[in-house]
Write a protein that binds this ligand. Structure first.
Ligand code: NAI
Length: 540
């Protein structure tokens, strides 16, 4: 046998304990463990608690000069010692979330070719077509509870990042574990490398993906079909979350697969749930009910229409017909107000096209439609001008203004503008975080419409209750639970989303709500027991 394989044969428990990220405890191995597995001498002698280790991690973390260095440092920790990584992320979630996910993860994807150190997850390229089952079988574990998959075509607001988009499924699954206790051993990030149309990447010698243009049309759909069937066959229990697919594929693939597979799309369904949660939360301040609301969406894409659809379902639950609920929702796209009889109205916008003059100026539209809630999902920065917000404030005692476009530079208005221009009457939430604003001595805390309030709890609920399908009702239940979790103190500050520090309890509540929807007979404690806690196990 050649020498290489002799070394492989000698790989022992000792090596695994020290070098497998899910098992490694670093300086926290106890003396008993060091004796039992022959680790003496292989580690510095002082034995540290996880709390001591975390202090060292935070010291290093804060010493990094910028966010991408912090990201790289945390990814290194995740590759070495996942328990410590999750302990740190869970305990410091407000600091860590913007580093392991948006906005820093976007920059990390752009630099993926340079930052790549150790592989994580599975890369399935178009060259693997016909053979996807065998690639999936290469995964190290037989149990997979959840897969987050992307094809890298619309990474955040950064467009086509090809195989570099792998940072997204990795980051999203870290949030599943940190926010809802999904076992990291049962979470699988997948990159479907179907090529890229990003010319910079195709010419970049450091690009690690397939250097070809994207496959399209039937070829693309056949490949995704094969992937879905292969997952069903190799990991029949897995929930598949689609993430950052191009808009032309996101809603289409969701409609195609949602009734036959255990799958969801966070960009469409998670966003809708988050926004409906924000509206329900705002009603706890404004005192309005769903029948009192009129929603005006600036932007009628995947996010906007998804919100409109879920809103109609929410209103329907309170006794309003779906048709009437849709009449409460008005949409503006790049051609102006979506009205009955207008040309160029796609099928998904059609139910929201109502009788009205074909207006295009936003302030004129507000005066005509009289919205109580204005939602920006267009990617157009600063379109909620002073006039626009004044018009909202003239019409409403408590105008609700959600500027959801990401990143911060694309926000339709800032928190300060929304509060100032409504004289502090307005309720504001945004896609990217804004600092609190003080007006006349009162502090207003803007909500961040972060989908992380929704998807981890929904995922935990689906996994715990062994639900076969992910339904719209689950996202509605999540929205209701998020809004009812707001404390009086939150409401006094104008918050429509709770502090992120409560996210694990919130995810548990959502999971329990979903398990009740599924009549699974689980109680809350038994779901809590299933949650991964980022604590070291004793090996002896
Ligand atoms: P999309 O591309 O599907 O839709 C954009 C819509 O905006 C289209 O209907 C388009 O016609 C409209 N639009 C573009 N320019 C316009 C203009 N000048 N005037 C009027 N309408 C215009 O995009 P998608 O996925 O719906 O996302 C939209 C925005 O929402 C993005 O900026 C994204 O970052 C944000 N978003 C935020 C989320 C969050 O906060 N959690 C989640 C999902 C999306």
């Amino acid at each position: 046998m050649n020498k290489k394989y002799t070394v492989l044969d000698e790989l022992s428990k000792k090596q695994l304990l020290l070098h497998d990220s899910l098992l490694n405890k670093g300086t926290a191995f106890s003396q008993k463990e060091r004796d039992a597995f022959g680790l003496n001498g292989l580690l510095p002698p002082r034995i540290l608690s996880i709390e001591d280790q975390k202090k060292r991690i935070l010291m290093n973390f804060y010493s990094k000069p910028n966010d991408i260095e912090k990201y790289t440092y945390l990814m290194g920790l995740q590759d070495r010692n996942e328990t410590l990584f999750y302990r740190t992320v869970i305990d410091e979630i407000e600091t860590m979330m913007p580093i392991i996910y948006t906005p820093t993860v976007g920059e990390a994807c752009q630099k993926f070719g340079y930052l790549f150190r150790r592989p994580r997850g599975l890369y399935i390229s178009y060259e693997d077509r016909g053979n996807i089952i065998s690639v999936l079988k290469n995964w190290r574990y037989e149990t997979v509870d959840i897969i987050v998959v992307t094809d890298g075509e619309r990474i955040l607001g950064l467009g086509d990042q090809g195989a570099n988009g792998m940072g997204i499924p990795i980051g999203k699954l870290s949030l599943y574990t940190a926010c809802a206790g999904i076992d990291p051993a049962h979470a699988l990030p997948i990159m479907l490398d179907v090529g890229t149309n990003n010319a910079d990447l195709l010419h970049n010698p450091n690009y690690l993906g397939v250097k070809k243009n994207r496959i399209q049309y039937d070829e693309y759909t056949r490949f995704i079909d094969e992937f879905m069937d292969a997952v069903q066959s190799v990991f029949p229990k897995a929930l598949i979350q689609f993430e950052d697919f191009a808009n032309k594929n996101a809603s289409r693939l969701l409609k195609k697969y949602q009734s036959n597979y255990r799958m969801m799309n966070d960009d469409v369904q998670g966003t809708a749930s988050m926004c409906v949660a924000g509206i329900l939360g705002s009603q706890r301040i404004s005192g309005r009910t769903l029948k009192d609301e009129t929603l005006l969406f600036f932007g009628a894409g995947a996010a906007g229409i998804g919100i409109g659809d879920l809103y109609a379902l929410a209103a329907n639950k309170t006794g309003i017909s779906i048709e009437d609920a849709r009449k409460q929702c008005w949409f503006i796209d790049s051609r102006g107000l979506v009205v009955e009889g207008r040309e160029n109205i796609s099928n998904d916008k059609e139910p929201f096209a109502h009788k009205m003059d074909q207006l295009s100026d936003l302030t004129d539209i507000i005066r005509a439609v009289k919205p109580t809630v204005l939602i920006g999902v267009s990617g157009q920065a600063q379109v909620f001008t002073k006039d626009v917000i004044h018009a909202m404030a003239e019409l409403n005692e408590t105008p609700v203004i959600f500027a959801l476009s990401n990143p911060t530079s694309k926000s339709e208005c800032s928190a300060e503008q929304a509060y100032k221009w409504t004289n502090g009457k307005g309720i504001f939430a945004s896609g990217s975080p804004f600092d609190p604003v003080e007006i006349d001595g009162k502090t207003h805390v803007p909500g961040q419409g972060n989908n992380a309030y929704v998807f981890p709890g929904v995922g935990l609920g689906v996994i715990a209750s062994k639900a076969n399908r992910v339904t719209d009702d689950m996202f509605l239940v999540a929205a209701e639970i998020i809004s009812s979790s707001l404390s009086q103190n939150d409401l006094n500050q104008g918050r429509v989303f709770p502090p992120l520090t409560q996210i694990r309890d919130l995810s548990l509540d959502i999971a329990f709500g979903i398990s009740q929807l599924e009549n699974s007979g689980l109680n809350k404690e038994s779901i809590r027991e299933m949650m991964y806690k980022a604590e070291y196990q004793d090996y002896v």
